[in-house]
Ligand binder design. Structure first.
Ligand SMILES: NC(=O)C1=CN([C@@H]2O[C@H](COP(=O)(O)OP(=O)(O)OC[C@H]3O[C@@H](n4cnc5c(N)ncnc54)[C@H](O)[C@@H]3O)[C@@H](O)[C@H]2O)C=CC1
Ligand SMILES: O=C(O)[C@@H]1CCC=N1
Length: 270
C-alpha cells in the first residue's frame, strides 16, 4: 500500500509508527509532508526509507491512501491548495481525515466535490497498537475504501464504521479519552505517593492497574459493575475508596468531560 501522511505531528506520527510496527506498510512506500520540515525529519529518523514529498500535491500523486493529519483550522487551506494543483487527479486516491469536527461535507467540498473521503477519529494509543478508532464514509467512498480505512485503523488497534453523526461523540469519548485516563493514572499515583509509595512504584502500579482493569473488561466481556463487585469485599478497603469516588463525583465528572468534548468537536466544524 502506498501511504501518504500530511501532518507529521502527534496523531499522524502515532498512526504512522503504529502502521510500521504492525507491518501494514513498508517505509519505502510512505510519503511524508509537513509544513514544518523538522516534523518530517523526526519521522524519517524512525523510518529512513520514507520519502519526504516536496509538497502535498506530490504526496497525493504518489499515494493510494492519504492520511490528513493537520489541525482542523489548517484543513481548508491545505485541501483547497490541492484542488488548485495542476493535473492532480484527486479521485485517484482515498483521503482519510483524522481531524476533529471537520465534516465529510466540508472535506468533500474543499476537495472539489468528487473525492473519495473517509472521516475518522483515532487516538494516540495507536502508537502502541492499542488504538480505538471509528470512521464514516463520504458519498464517493466505496466499500473497498471503507475496507481500506478499516485495515489502516484496525492495524493499530480497534476500528469500526459508524454513521457520521456519531463521530463527535467518538471524539469526545475515545479521541480525547486517553487524556482523561492519563489524568486518572496520575491522580491514582499521587494517592499512592500520599500514602508513602515511591513515585516510580506508584506510577507503575497505577498505570498497570488501569491497563489491567481495561483488559479485564475487553477480555472477559463482563460489565465493569460486575468486575467492580468482584473486587469490593463487604466492609473492606475497596468500598471505603469507592465511597470517596461517589462523594466526589468521579462518574459525573467523566460523563461531563465526554459531553463537553463532544460539544467542542461540533463547534470545530464551524
Ligand atoms: N492528538 C490527538 O490525540 C488526536 C488528534 N487528532 C486530530 O489530528 C489532527 C492533528 O492533531 P495533532 O497531531 O495533535 O496536532 P499536531 O500539531 O501535533 O500535528 C499537526 C501537524 O500538521 C502540520 N501542519 C499544519 N498545517 C499544515 C499544512 N497546511 N500542510 C502540512 N502540514 C501542516 C503541523 O506542522 C503539525 O506538524 C487534528 O486535526 C486533531 O483533531 C485526532 C485524534 C487524536
Ligand atoms: O484535542 C483535540 O482536539 C484532539 C482531537 C481528539 C484528541 N485530540
Amino acid at each position: 500500500m502506498k501511504l501518504g501522511l500530511i501532518g507529521c505531528g502527534k496523531m499522524g506520527g502515532a498512526l504512522l509508527k503504529g502502521a510500521l510496527k504492525a507491518s501494514l506498510v513498508k517505509a519505502k512506500d510512505i510519503s511524508l509532508y509537513d509544513k514544518v520540515p523538522a516534523a518530517v525529519k523526526a519521522l524519517q529518523s524512525e523510518a529512513p526509507a520514507a520519502k519526504a514529498a516536496k509538497d502535498p500535491a506530490e504526496l497525493v500523486a504518489s499515494s493510494q491512501v492519504v492520511v490528513l493529519a493537520v489541525k482542523p483550522q489548517d484543513m481548508p487551506a491545505l485541501l483547497q491548495g490541492l484542488v488548485k494543483a495542476p493535473k492532480l487527479k484527486l479521485e485517484k486516491c482515498l483521503f482519510l481525515s483524522i481531524a476533529a469536527g471537520i465534516t465529510l461535507k466540508q472535506l468533500e467540498s474543499w476537495l472539489g466535490g468528487q473525492a473519495r473521503v473517509i472521516r475518522s477519529m483515532p487516538n494516540t494509543p495507536a502508537l502502541v497498537l492499542a488504538g480505538a478508532a471509528a470512521f464514516a464514509r463520504g458519498q464517493h467512498a466505496t466499500d473497498e475504501d471503507a475496507e481500506l480505512a478499516a485495515k489502516v485503523l484496525g492495524a493499530v488497534g480497534v476500528a469500526q464504521e459508524v454513521s457520521e453523526k456519531l463521530l463527535d461523540a467518538v471524539t469526545g469519548l475515545s479521541g480525547s479519552g486517553p487524556a482523561y485516563v492519563y489524568t486518572v493514572i496520575e491522580a491514582l499515583a499521587d494517592g499512592g505517593v500520599l500514602m508513602g509509595l515511591p513515585r516510580a512504584t506508584a506510577l507503575q502500579l497505577a498505570a498497570q492497574t488501569v491497563a489491567g482493569a481495561a483488559q479485564m473488561v475487553l477480555e472477559t466481556g463482563k460489565h465493569p459493575g460486575v468486575l467492580r463487585d468482584e473486587v469490593t469485599s463487604p466492609g473492606g478497603t475497596t468500598i471505603a475508596g469507592l465511597e470517596q469516588l461517589e462523594a466526589n463525583g468521579l462518574r459525573n465528572a467523566l460523563i461531563q468531560a465526554v459531553r463537553k468534548a463532544t460539544e467542542r468537536s461540533k463547534e470545530l466544524a464551524g
